[in-house]
Design a protein around this ligand. Structure first.
Ligand SMILES: C[S@@+](CC[C@H](N)C(=O)[O-])C[C@H]1O[C@@H](n2cnc3c(N)ncnc32)[C@H](O)[C@@H]1O
Length: 370
């Protein structure tokens, strides 16, 4: 038993004693700590309400409406913009002010610091927008946990997650998630480009590359790099169109198939898996890693980019948010770099190490050599 265990025992003894609480709130030196803890606990209690306020502000277009910028809008103006009655508008906006989405100044509502940052982040806005489906799946969380993996709104949205034949998923079914991934990809690509040097490589293959947004960002930063993208056939078609629209068709080739059933294209000395592995359970992940290892040129490298359970500020988003999101989606789990490193080793990779990113909340990076 280490010192930390002794501390945990002591802490538990105190915090499960009503006498201790009575003392701690009375005693001036412990009172601020008690208040802070109360507020932290209440934040967890109210989290669902906070997210519904956020969701409403996004759905009603209030966050992005330029009229909410300096000098702001009166209650009546917000009510007209949102199409809500005055009382409901006041409740929504006062709630949003308390969450720093808005500020109330001189009887007008204007963007708060968090709202201002959010208002220009199309990726996060799109993620919030599709959370309506996720919230419906979580309405009965205990029921969801007890019933095991099942058909949910999110599993229908991410229809490859539970599909027996992912390569047969039709064009209509890939549109919504491909667009969402593309919107939210820009911030991921920014982080990867800020932390990883692609210049030693000749050809990058992005496996599960969606409609090509990541590769387009890398292509712009590294004009000599050749690009390949592999994704489900209908998604690969979208990427092909996207590369044509961005005059990249000569540098970027698209391949359609399933990484579970089809061989990946050969010839890349760098392969990327961006937000892929956490979508899948352990057995399918091993299949993907082995397929990547096989496709990679000898001496080539694999870069894995996704939010990981790193035990710091990204811990909550990974262990609480993604854990439940992926469970509701019907496949996958967030993993720590150590767990991924072990899986990479088993798949035949060596010299595996993490690369620091500026925002682990958006993505962490693992690099591995063949
Ligand atoms: C979470 S999205 C990530 C997309 C992109 N890498 C990004 O970060 O924006 C997962 C991608 O994997 C693709 N995918 C899912 N199952 C697949 C399979 N069996 N074979 C090939 N691609 C697959 C999906 O079509 C989707 O584009």
């Amino acid at each position: 038993m280490g010192l930390y265990d002794v501390w945990l025992d002591f802490q538990e003894k105190c915090l499960t004693s009503q006498k201790f609480h009575d003392f701690a709130i009375k005693f001036p030196l412990t009172r601020p700590i008690v208040r802070k803890r109360q507020s932290e606990l209440f934040d967890i209690v109210s989290g669902f309400v906070y997210s519904q306020i956020l969701y409403s502000c996004v759905e009603l277009g209030i966050i992005t409406n330029p009229k909410l910028k300096n000098p702001g809008a009166s209650l009546q103006e917000v009510s007209d913009l949102a199409g809500l009655r005055l009382d409901e508008t006041r409740r929504l906006m006062d709630g949003a002010v308390s969450l720093r989405l808005f500020e109330k100044r001189h009887d007008k509502y204007r963007l708060g610091d968090l709202g201002a940052a959010l208002s220009i982040n199309k990726g996060v806005l799109a993620m919030i927008g599709h959370h309506g489906e996720f919230y419906k799946d979580l309405v009965e969380p205990v029921d969801l946990l007890k019933s095991g993996r099942r058909d949910t709104n999110l599993s229908r949205y991410w229809n490859y997650a539970r599909s027996e034949a992912p390569a047969a998923v039709d064009a209509k079914k890939v549109t919504a998630y491909s667009e969402l991934m593309s919107e939210s990809q820009l911030m991921v690509a920014d982080e990867v480009l800020a932390s990883f040097n692609f210049s030693p490589y000749k050809t990058l293959l992005d496996v599960g590359g969606g409609q090509g947004t990541f590769l387009t960002c890398v292509a712009n930063a590294y004009p000599d790099l050749q690009l390949k993208l592999f994704d489900l056939p209908e998604v690969a078609k979208r990427a092909e169109q996207n590369f044509a629209d961005n005059s990249l068709s000569t540098r970027a080739k698209c391949y359609g198939g399933s990484f579970f059933d089809d061989a990946l294209p050969q010839g890349a000395d760098l392969i990327s898996l961006v937000r892929i592995l956490h979508d899948h359970d352990d057995e399918p992940v091993m299949k993907i890693l082995k397929a990547v290892h096989q496709a990679l040129e000898p001496g080539g490298a694999l870069i894995v980019c996704e939010p990981m359970s790193t035990g710091d500020s990204a811990h909550r988003i990974s262990d609480a948010y993604f854990n439940f999101y992926l469970y509701a989606m019907g496949s996958g789990r967030p993993r720590s770099p150590e767990v991924l490193q072990n899986m990479l080793k088993q798949a035949g990779f060596s010299s595996i190490h993490t690369k620091n990113t500026r925002a682990p909340l958006i993505t962490s990076i693992l690099l591995a050599q063949k």
